[in-house]
Design a protein around this ligand. Structure first.
Ligand code: G3P
Length: 221
């Protein structure tokens, strides 16, 4: 499973790249609204930092025709732009149009909350499909179970559209999604840091250093 960073914050993106664990970035209007400065310079910078790895940018338009026009403008910003299109009839029309043309624009169908939505998005030609895990949990459903159901159906139906599990709230989501066989999890930087940490790891380092200091003081190679 690949990890993408769910962030529009340049510092978080740069820091996580030094870890060598992320292969893409996803943004959305809410994440972008938290960042200073104009939209275009920021997303061009993110695309440049990601150096060819996919960066998802979401359309704001709500009709297919307007989505297609906005998608073309977003795709023109950088070669590694993937256009996020919200699920729905207008979104399906836009994805299909952007897929069937000579100059194809890769689309990430977002705000997916059911297997049927995922099937439709795949059939329309989505390059990625983003089921939201945390927002289903927020209403008392089992968000990770949706990813498990989608991956099962896609595997049985030989649908090879990559699934980006999104709306990740904690490391346990990542574990379940990985076990379910999702292709990608897009995680907030806070969750990435939680994934790397464990209290027993920190305690173990402290104990090693304390034992060494008792016997060897400050001695180092
Ligand atoms: O970017 C899409 C998704 O990850 C949003 O997550 O936390 O706003 O539900 P969240």
């Amino acid at each position: 499973m690949q990890l993408f960073l769910d962030s529009a914050n340049v510092d978080e993106i740069k820091e996580s790249l030094t870890w060598g664990v992320i292969s893409g970035v996803t943004t959305n209007p809410t994440l972008l609204s938290r960042e200073e400065g104009s939209f275009e310079p920021l997303v061009r910078k993110i695309c440049s930092i990601m150096a060819g790895d996919p960066v998802s940018l979401e359309v704001l338009a709500t009709t297919a025709e307007a989505m297609v026009g906005e998608a073309e403008r977003l795709a023109a910003l950088a070669p590694n732009v993937v256009v996020k299109i919200p699920m729905g009839v207008e979104g399906l029309k836009a994805v299909h149009c952007l897929r069937c043309r000579e100059h194809k624009v890769p689309c990430n169908v977002t705000l997916v909350f059911s297997v049927n939505q995922a099937i439709l998005a795949a059939r329309a030609g989505a390059a990625y499909i983003s089921p939201f895990v945390g927002r289903l949990d927020d209403i008392g459903w089992d968000g990770a179970a949706l990813v498990e159901e989608i991956t099962t159906v896609f595997r049985r139906q030989q649908i090879d559209t990559p699934i980006i599990a999104a709306s990740i709230r904690h490391p346990q989501h990542v574990q379940r999604i990985a076990a379910a066989g999702a292709h990608i999890a897009t995680v907030p930087f806070s969750v990435l840091k939680q994934m790397a940490a464990h209290p027993l790891t920190s305690r173990g380092i402290e104990l090693f250093l304390a034992d060494w200091a008792r016997s060897h003081g400050e001695e180092r190679l």
